[in-house]
Design a protein around this ligand. Structure first.
Ligand code: AP5
Length: 222
């Protein structure tokens, strides 16, 4: 399965990838996590992308397309992948289609997690992330002075700079302007699975699983 998890900031893409990895045994390729890892490692790329990310702007297409092309060639992506955070522009989607075409592959499905602006803002105001492993936690803002350590690796929990309310508002605007056109792009390819991302985490997961099973059955019977 070659899957794309698609949705606005805070739609729940990262939350849903874990169960998909377990079900389909394919890697998640989360571009935001990859960029944050570069920043933590202090690489030149990390330095280059820092100001875009902290302002809630998109990193330029040419950089992102090179990163993804290289990542898709890695052996673990040979039998499929879950893209989280890519593509984010029509240019990125076209580059992905061209690259997969060269590899004799294609996108099988695009899972669109549909969530209202107010719910996105509310979710991201409660989100805290581990500084070292990106694990996600939810706390009320008033608990910020008394946060536990990350239960995965003991790391420090923090609020991502781009989860500040004014940056979240801008990220949602950037999504609507540059990324939402992909809804039409993938609808035209008959690949979009439009899912109510405001259900509980378990119900969203169940809906994704049900639709992917139906797609696999359909593909198997053709
Ligand atoms: P990235 O890290 O990809 O951020 P994003 O797409 O804005 O996504 P988020 O991580 O904010 O949200 P999510 O959908 O994963 O939600 P989550 O599951 O955590 O990108 C960051 C930056 O990197 C970009 O702004 C850009 O600068 C750059 N970048 C990355 N890729 C790029 C690209 N391709 N091109 C250009 N630039 C790029 O959930 C959010 C919260 O909600 C959590 O607290 C979670 O617990 C909670 N939650 C999730 N689901 C539910 C539910 N069903 N019910 C209740 N709560 C829920």
């Amino acid at each position: 399965m070659n899957l794309i998890l698609f949705g606005a900031p805070g739609a729940g893409k990262g939350t849903q990838t874990g169960s998909l990895i377990d079900t389909y045994h394919i890697p998640a390729i989360a571009t935001g996590d990859m960029l944050r890892a570069q920043r933590r490692a202090g690489t030149a790329l990390g330095e280059q992308v820092k100001s875009y990310m902290d302002r809630g702007e998109l990193v330029p297409d040419n950089l992102m397309i090179d990163i993804i092309k290289e990542r898709l060639q890695k052996p673990d992506a040979k039998n499929g992948f879950i893209l989280d955070g890519f593509p984010r522009t029509v240019a990125q989607a076209e580059a992905l289609d061209r690259k997969l075409d060269q590899l004799g592959r294609r996108v099988d499905a695009v899972i669109y997690l549909r969530v209202s602006r107010q719910v996105l803002i509310d979710r991201l105001s409660h989100r805290y992330s581990c500084r070292t492993c990106d694990a996600v936690y939810n706390f009320a803002p008033q608990q910020a002075g008394n946060l536990p350590r990350c239960s995965v690796d003991g790391g420090d929990l923090y609020q991502r700079p781009d989860d500040r309310p004014e940056i979240v508002a801008h990220r949602i605007d950037v999504f609507l302007k540059h990324t939402a056109p992909l809804i039409d792009y993938y609808t035209a390819q008959h690949k979009l699975e439009n899912i109510d991302g405001q259900m509980s985490v378990d119900d969203v997961r169940a809906d994704i699983t049900r639709r992917l099973s139906a797609l696999r059955k359909g593909a198997g019977s053709r």
